[in-house]
Design a protein around this ligand. Structure first.
Ligand code: ADP
Length: 469
């Protein structure tokens, strides 16, 4: 079985969020399970590129509209990540430091997809499946089936995994000429709501669609940023598969980013040492419960509620707790949190993306706050649990699939219903209470650290999908 993953992110090459974590881990565990699993992604200018050895695998020219461009495929030679990794270079479009956020992202990812399909069409064999991740690879199933030059790829099955349906990659119809000559009678497959919608096109054209948790699959039929009816009508080919985590990367007993290593037997001391390190670094009191938020400061994560909610929590519980925020996103939220930190000594904010600090925070924190409005799977809560940190989550998507409230039988987390100030403040109060009850806290830590969310057990679900094609 040979599977080709196509993605905009892959950890540690380039990561902005959970997509990167999944594509950096799933193929590794698929290879361990005997599947030849490869990753193809854009060649951004990230440290991984400069710190690895590469060989040129293929070089050719393709067209995007009237523009003829040259692309180069390079392959990592040392199997550093546990799978074959291919990067696509297109001068002027992909040779940038950041993954997203450029005005020409539509052209960048369209050219990337054209290059990948063009390259695959020159292979002398056909893979078992082409596995596309999110909208950045969403035009590929359509192109393989309905672009005249790639007809011989028509029989290759495709899988789409939806990591986040909020972003769909919309293109105005005026840009339809960017897609290599296609069968105009298939216009309806590209269109959704009057524009070209790569995510919708992939949902329509892929042989199978997966979402990153079973609950998210159900939710998408009601909340999918405009794609609800499409998801509902295609539900027979959709399946929700809960993400795993890479136990080799996210292991408190070996994580090289941590001040002190620990496992389930040494969790109390180990976490305290990591907490002391963070608290010294940021000027917080290590004897108080430490609440952490890590993530994009955007509406999906309910980050806009955080400044007011934390302000009220500080008012309600005084100096009983410390808070630490790591993330970046909407300027108003960043400003609100920075102002809050300016006025209160027990809250600190680190704006930006910082992989090292994120690991240290999962290890140091007592509680991880995730009030997300939308959470397709959520990896933060899984990492937190692996590091003995109690997840405080809103009951949505993957959060409700993975966290049991401590008030329920066997529960080890805190769940709440609304992404609002009242629910968050109440949840903080419950957390402070449990922090003071050390026996219960230790029981919860031990319980959650032993939950197995490794990819080893999830890989089979994807294998079943490929087998069904
Ligand atoms: P998303 O919706 O952002 O993909 P996930 O929970 O699926 O959310 O995955 C988030 C991943 O990104 C986790 O690995 C988390 O630790 C990481 N992450 C998010 N924001 C930051 C940040 N500012 N610095 C470091 N890592 C971050």
């Amino acid at each position: 079985m040979e599977v080709v993953h196509i993605s905009a992110e892959c950890y540690p090459v380039a990561k902005a969020g959970g997509l990167g974590d999944v594509v950096g881990a799933l193929p590794k565990y698929q290879n361990k399970a005997g599947i030849t699993s490869k990753v193809v992604m854009p060649m951004y200018r990230t440290p991984f590129l400069y710190n690895s050895d590469w060989v040129v695998d293929y070089k050719a020219k393709a067209y995007m509209g009237g523009w003829e461009f040259e692309y180069t495929i390079i392959k990592e030679v040392n199997n550093k990540l546990g799978f074959d990794l291919y990067l696509v270079d297109i001068a002027g479009l992909l040779d940038r430091q950041k993954i997203y956020g450029y005005a020409d992202d539509a052209e960048r990812f369209t050219a990337f997809q054209i290059a990948v399909v063009h390259w695959m069409s020159h292979w002398n064999h056909r893979p078992t499946a082409v596995h596309c991740h999110d909208y950045h690879a969403g035009l590929i199933p359509f192109m393989m089936q309905h672009c005249y030059d790639y007809q011989h790829l028509k029989a290759v099955p495709t899988v789409l995994t939806i990591h986040n349906a909020q972003y769909q990659g919309w293109l105005p119809w005026a840009q339809s000429m960017l897609i290599p000559k296609w069968d105009l009678s298939k216009k309806g497959l590209l269109d959704w709501g009057g524009s070209i919608n790569p995510l919708a096109a992939a949902i329509k054209c892929a042989s199978k669609v997966t979402t990153v948790s079973p609950s998210y699959m159900q939710e998408l039929m009601h909340h999918a940023n405009g794609l609800e009816t499409l998801i509902a009508s295609e539900k027979n080919k959709c399946v929700g598969i809960l993400n795993g985590i890479d136990h080799e990367v996210w292991n408190p007993a070996t994580d090289t980013y941590l001040t002190a290593h620990f496992d389930v037997d040494t969790v109390t001391n180990g976490k305290q040492k990591n907490k002391q390190n963070i608290c010294e670094q940021f000027g917080l009191d290590a004897t108080k419960p430490l609440f952490v938020f890590i993530g994009r400061l955007v509406g999906e994560k309910a980050a806009d509620v955080l400044p007011a909610a934390l302000h009220t929590a500080i008012g309600a519980y005084g100096a009983k707790a410390s808070y630490m925020i790591l993330g970046s996103g909407e300027p108003l939220v960043e400003a609100g949190l920075t102002n809050l930190a300016f006025a209160n000594n027990n809250i600190k904010v680190s704006l930006g993306y910082n992989e090292l600090l994120s690991h240290q925070l999962y290890a140091a924190a007592d509680f991880l706050l995730m009030p997300s409005r939308v959470e397709p799977c959520g990896l933060n809560q899984l990492y937190a649990m692996r590091y003995g940190t109690v997840p405080m989550v809103r009951s949505t998507g993957g959060l409700q699939d993975t966290v049991i409230d401590m008030g329920d039988a066997g529960g080890y987390g805190i769940r709440f219903t609304h992404a609002n100030e009242t629910d968050i403040v109440h949840a903080v109060g419950r957390a402070i209470d449990v922090f003071e009850n050390k026996t219960h806290l230790l029981w919860m830590r031990e319980r959650m650290m032993q939950i197995n969310h490794s990819w080893e057990q999830t890989v089979q679900s994807y294998t079943n999908v490929y087998k069904s094609l």
